[in-house]
Design a protein around this ligand. Structure first.
Ligand code: FE2
Length: 183
């Protein structure tokens, strides 16, 4: 738990930055239409929220910062949202993530704590590498986002195979669930 998300309220942790970021993302995404998109924007909105929740849960389980994990998950498909395309979306995300967080820091950085350079770098690294589900990184934050994306797709009924299915199996075992259900 970092200094920034220690909460004054007993038994809670702060997700104030994450919730502000989700609100900003939703207000920008809900005005977009589906024309020319590989996926409808409602999928991106749904995936943003559910990945973010799963990221917090898995981060807590792994002793990592849940809010930072939730923020990375909320932003992880910004490349799809901005380019409308799935192909290459992870690698394309870098300028959009920097731009978004800079806006967050300018708009909310007085009332809420700013995202630090170190946090932004960790998020960008995980997002840029999140599509590479078949390989394993020695960075636990990168691995967390790949796992979360895989489980979220599975839970939304997306047919998954390869690295995503292997990740689902591993994570379910890790958290004590006998699964994946249906496989
Ligand atoms: Fe993605």
């Amino acid at each position: 738990m970092t200094e920034s998300n220690r909460s004054e309220k007993k038994g809670t942790f702060s997700v104030r930055r994450l919730n502000r970021i989700l609100a900003m993302l939703l207000s920008e995404m809900k005005g977009l239409n589906d024309e020319g998109r590989d996926f409808p924007i409602r999928w991106n909105i749904m995936h943003m929220y559910s990945s973010s929740q799963l990221a917090k849960l898995l981060a807590i389980h792994r002793g990592m910062d849940p809010e930072l994990a939730g923020i990375a998950a909320a932003l992880h498909d910004i490349g799809v949202v901005m380019t409308k395309k799935h192909e290459g979306h992870a690698e394309a995300a870098t300028p959009y993530v920097y731009n978004f967080i800079e806006r967050y820091n300018q708009e909310s950085g007085m009332k809420l704590s700013k995202m630090t350079q170190e946090e932004v770098e960790a998020i960008v690294k995980a997002i840029v590498q999140h599509s590479e589900k078949e390989i394993t990184s020695d960075d636990p934050f990168v691995e967390l986002l790949r796992d979360v994306d895989s489980i979220d797709a599975y839970l939304h009924g997306v047919e998954i195979g390869g690295g995503r299915l292997e990740r689902c199996k591993r994570v379910m075992k890790e958290i004590g669930i006998n699964g994946p259900y249906g496989q």
